[in-house]
Write a protein that binds this ligand. Structure first.
Ligand code: PLP
Length: 273
């Protein structure tokens, strides 16, 4: 299902034209539903607003966006939960142009049960990027390039100019060592992920040991557990970093977070307004 401002049209898959749109002067968000409700829309909206402001784009009002997306979800009338790819380009008072692509989510329980395989990108994040990493845009071409280059793996860990761990190309990263959960700070050059933020809320609510600080590669490779976070799947345990660094997947801390994730988000009104 694809929304192009004027109307909703049925579409089964991405086509080249659609892909091109997502690579233009634009900002985008990937959202999902749980039990048919859009998860943390307000958080995604706030990030969209920051990205749009940096790029000099206008955005629709929150309620307007919410209504349009809900209308699309209803029209798709899908049994599963859905993933929404939202792309905003020149949205002005005369040309209200934004796009949304809605598709069913196929939940892959295997990911949560047996974990995924990562690689470490040979390329580092560009230093002094023209567009800061908090802006979610395909104009940060390095990220799209690395995603394609390392697509044999679930994701590729990207290091910054100092050799610190930053994030994947589509996910944030956490390590667990001796029971302490650690994730890189925003200043390492990451996208402040919505899932990352909500996992931190969950960690805090459990009073778990937690640090937000720079992570060296040796700490990553010798961690007890590693997990990724991103909207479409939530919390994803890592079982291996190639060639042969292996981790408990899911380890006890990651498993605890996964087990409480749905209850935590569903019972917290802040994520559903
Ligand atoms: N980091 C990058 C570079 C991303 O592209 C994404 C999501 O697309 C994330 C992290 C995870 O962010 P979120 O949890 O908001 O989906």
């Amino acid at each position: 299902m694809f929304y192009n401002t004027e109307n909703w049209i049925e579409k089964n898959k991405y086509e080249n034209d659609d892909f091109d749109l997502f690579n233009g002067y634009s900002t985008y968000e990937t959202l999902r539903t749980y039990n048919k409700n859009i998860f943390a829309l307000r958080f995604h909206y706030e990030r969209l607003k920051k990205s749009a402001m940096f790029l000099g784009l206008d955005i629709p009002k929150y309620e307007e966006l919410k209504n349009i997306l809900n209308e699309g979800i209803e029209k798709l009338n899908c049994q599963n939960d859905v993933r929404i790819k939202l792309m905003l380009n020149k949205y002005t008072s005369s040309k209200k142009s934004f796009y949304a692509f809605i598709e069913p989510i196929i939940e892959i329980d295997d990911l949560r049960e047996s974990g995924v395989v990562l690689t470490i990108s040979r390329e580092r994040k560009p230093k002094n990027p023209v567009i800061p990493y908090y802006v979610k845009t395909s104009l940060n071409g390095y990220s799209m390039y690395l995603r394609q280059k390392y697509n044999a793996y679930y994701d590729a860990v990207v290091l910054n100019e100092f050799g610190y761990v930053t994030e994947g190309t589509k996910s944030n990263i956490f390590i667990v060592t001796a029971g302490v959960i650690t994730t890189p700070p925003v200043s390492a050059g990451i996208l402040p992920g919505v899932t990352r933020k909500i996992v931190l809320d969950l960690v805090e609510s459990f009073n778990m040991d937690f640090e937000e600080r720079n992570i060296e590669v040796w700490e990553l490779l010798s961690a007890d557990e590693i997990f990724l976070t991103h909207t479409s799947v939530g919390i994803v345990p890592v079982r291996r970093i190639v060639p042969n660094f292996t981790f408990n997947a899911p380890g006890i801390t990651t498993e605890t977070l996964i087990n409480y994730w749905q209850d935590f988000i569903i019972n917290n009104n802040a994520y559903w307004d």
